[in-house]
Design a protein. Sequence first.
Length: 403
Amino acid sequence: MPVSAPVFAPAPALAPPPALAARVRTTAPSAIREILAVTSRPGMISFAGGLPAPELFDAEGLRAAFDAAFAHSSRRALQYSTTEGSPELRATVAARLSRRGLATSADELLITTGSQQGLGLITTALIEPGDTVLVENPTYLAALQGFTLAGARLVPVPCDDEGILPDALEELVARERPKLLYTVPTFQNPTGRTLPAARRQAVAETAARLGLWLLEDDPYGDLRYEGSDIPWLAAHPGAEDRTALLGSFSKVMAPGLRLGWLRAPAALLRAAVLAKQAADLHTSTVDQLAAAEYLRTADLDTHVSRVRDAYRVRRDALLAGLPSALPAGSTWNRPEGGMFVWARLPEGHDATALLRAATARGVAFVPGAPFYAGAPDPRTLRLSFTTHTAEEIAEGLRRLAGA
């Protein structure tokens, strides 16, 4: 007797899953990350990424530090840890801050997965949808992304070649009643500029008088090539109880470790610890112990001095070649440290259009427009000088001139 084929009922129509959250649907991707995909092409000379030079990493010293961390206690190195971070690393960071004039105890610190996480933790702890956040104009692109994801209303603070204009800041605080000012006062990303000491004092006084949290981001402060150190905002009278200070080992040790730290007043630090518990529980134990071992046994200051010497040569090579690489009438600054030179093309030029021509010739940079919270200046561009030798920089500038 023949067997009939089974008859299946038609599959019911499937409903699509619910939509993604509006905050990710309306936040633009990082323009820098998009450009870095282009710069990975063989032979490309990139002034785009703010990356440390890999040939300057102390790979042998770090390998020895990891070996020692395992030798002392492999069980501890591979185990869960406290959210606040390893006592050894917090104590070492506190000592380094104190030696530079900002008295700090280990209890005032939280170890983070890069200083980028610290920015996110403070945002989680402070910002609710609709809160106003003041930012420098232009400012760090990832900070703009993070505040936007949190639903903040971003208001740019007028700046000049030295950074925030204190009178404009005071007027904005009085009018807008913001909750937070985010600033990168030393060798700023993207402009490389540094806020003078007198302006820092004025910012601290405004925050204290009018009621404002300060988020001071300092990933580049160790990379000074000339001039004298300027005290952190957090060290100024009036700012002690309202400043969260972010730091990082990415620029002076290795970014692959993803180690940073957050110094904050007690109540805000407790809130950041809660936010971190929900985010990742704690930063990698083995990386923290290796970093603490490295800081205990290696001479980080000597290593940083070697890095600064190399970067100073590269900065000077970039500055020396810009007059012949950019159109007549272009302007640029001379940063005292950090990783970036900020340039502005003459009227009638557009840095995004120039980028397309430049990448076709094997050289890249970052247009300045994405760094603005307000109306962008399309003529601006950011040039990083850290990842190429002086000879490679010269060749890159020749290609840029051809574009």
